[in-house]
Design a protein around this ligand. Structure first.
Ligand SMILES: NC(=O)c1ccc[n+]([C@@H]2O[C@H](COP(=O)([O-])OP(=O)(O)OC[C@H]3O[C@@H](n4cnc5c(N)ncnc54)[C@H](O)[C@@H]3O)[C@@H](O)[C@H]2O)c1
Length: 421
């Protein structure tokens, strides 16, 4: 039997949600396939004068509810299928949050750590040269993702402006503040998840001081660690691609943040302040109340899900829990706050950035936080209510909530019954 792919797994969630709604079959037909995926080979000049090429993609999965929106990932393991799956998730994430967007995603198959800064800039600009006709403020709006950042978005926005001959900051979000970025975008993904957990804490019967394990200590992982530690929660374990650290008494988050700011792995803190080294898979099994996957896809799978002791999983990463692991976690009573809701703070503040760029009027940080909190709490509450009413997991509830909105928009163009009756 052929192995099932990441996209197959994602589509399982669509079928699960559809079973709880009475929607026109056309809706499922439309959402089962990406609208368009463009593949190119980017050729850049390396510092030593040689030329090197990299595979790159941009997928616009569905644009029924608005221009497609989604990040650009630089990763050596990226594939077309991963890009389409991420774009599918973005379609549902924007619908969960009721943002006026469809879903998109892009990637370059590259390990950016092997490039010099000048090569990285040339690659980023080459991406925009290749996809300038696909993206646009009313068409498809990229943003940062794994191993891309605000500086890269700044180069990309500049390249786009040069191609179209005018400033067009709304074409890309996650830009540096000085180039039209929004205040509050830096920690928006983690902050959204943080507001969600706080809002549902009594429904979820969370303890006052949680023990927290964080897998992946980049943008999302570092910021959730900082926010939760500031509220007095104990961060007991964190990991990055090079290792994991643990302290039953609570890790020193500032020490970890300093190490990362200086380009060192979290394991460089082992031996100081009671930090002990643990194996990467041990992190998932650490005795804690909250587990935050904030690295990559499929990190919690049928091989390690049974070892999860946390009562709550906050998916800041996209797709960190496989469908098999979902079943195991549900059986053992672990609640999973799903990616399309839990990490939607990032795209929500990206949406605020796009709105500010278009109106040429910039909001103070308090306004960003207030608006993000309002939307996270409103949609989080709706998903919670669907999960109670239908007696389904929070993941299925989030998909039902999003699919309802997508179906309404797709059906508004006319369904089979309209044309045949
Ligand atoms: N940054 C955002 O705004 C945003 C928004 C929505 C979703 N996400 C998702 O959050 C996840 C992390 O994104 P990010 O922006 O923080 O990326 P990042 O590049 O800043 O950080 C990724 C982190 O994961 C670590 N990592 C990689 N492989 C690992 C492994 N095998 N075990 C443990 N750690 C590992 C890296 O060392 C790094 O610390 C991704 O799934 C991304 O799609 C990010």
């Amino acid at each position: 039997m052929a192995e099932h792919t990441l996209l197959d797994d994602a589509l399982i969630r669509l079928d699960e949600a559809a079973a709880h709604l009475s929607i026109d079959p056309d809706v499922i037909e439309k959402l089962k396939f990406a609208r368009e995926t463009t593949k190119v080979r980017l050729m850049i000049r390396m510092d030593d004068g040689s030329r090197k090429s990299f595979l790159a993609w941009r997928c616009r999965y569905d644009d029924t509810r608005g221009p497609t929106k989604g990040g650009i990932r630089f990763h050596p393991a990226s594939t077309a299928e991963e890009v389409e799956t991420l774009a599918f998730w973005m379609t549902f994430k924007c619908a969960v949050m009721n943002l006026p967007y469809g879903g998109g995603k892009g990637a370059v198959q590259v390990d950016p750590r092997t490039l010099s800064k000048a090569e990285l800039e040339r690659l980023s600009r080459a991406y925009i040269q290749a996809f300038a006709r696909i993206i646009g403020p009313d068409r498809d709006i990229p943003a940062p993702d794994v191993y891309t950042n605000s500086m890269i978005m700044g180069w990309m926005a500049d390249e786009y402006a040069q191609i179209v001959g005018q400033h067009e900051p709304a074409v890309i979000t996650g830009k540096p503040i000085s180039l039209g970025g929004s205040l509050g975008r830096g920690d928006a993904t983690a902050r959204g998840g943080y507001y969600l957990v706080r809002h549902l804490s009594s429904d979820l019967e969370l303890v006052q001081t949680m023990r927290v394990a964080i897998q992946g200590f980049g943008n999302a992982g570092q910021n959730i660690g900082r926010l939760l530690a500031a509220d007095g929660h104990k961060i007991v374990a964190v990991s990055d691609s090079e290792g994991a650290v643990y302290s039953g008494a609570g890790l020193h988050v500032d020490l970890l943040l300093d190490a990362k700011a200086n380009g060192k792995p979290v394991s460089s803190t082992v031996g100081t302040s009671g930090h002990e080294k643990i194996g990467p898979d041990e992190l998932v099994a650490v005795d804690c109340d909250l587990l935050v996957p904030a690295a990559l896809e499929n990190m919690i799978h049928d091989g390690n899900a049974a070892s999860v002791k946390a009562k709550l999983v906050l998916e800041l990463a996209n797709g960190p829990v496989t469908p098999e692991a979902d079943e195991i976690l549900a059986r053992q009573g672990t609640v999973v706050l799903p990616d399309i809701l839990a990490n939607a703070g990032g795209v929500t503040v990206s949406y605020f950035e796009w709105v500010q760029n278009r109106q040429g009027f910039y909001w103070p940080l308090e306004d960003i936080h207030d608006r993000l909190k309002t939307i996270m709490e409103r949609e989080g509450r709706e998903v919670w209510n669907v999960s109670r009413e239908k007696q389904v997991t929070m993941r299925t509830a989030a998909y039902v909530h999003a699919l309802g909105r997508l179906a309404e928009a797709i059906e508004a163009h006319g369904t089979q019954s309209f044309f045949t009756s």
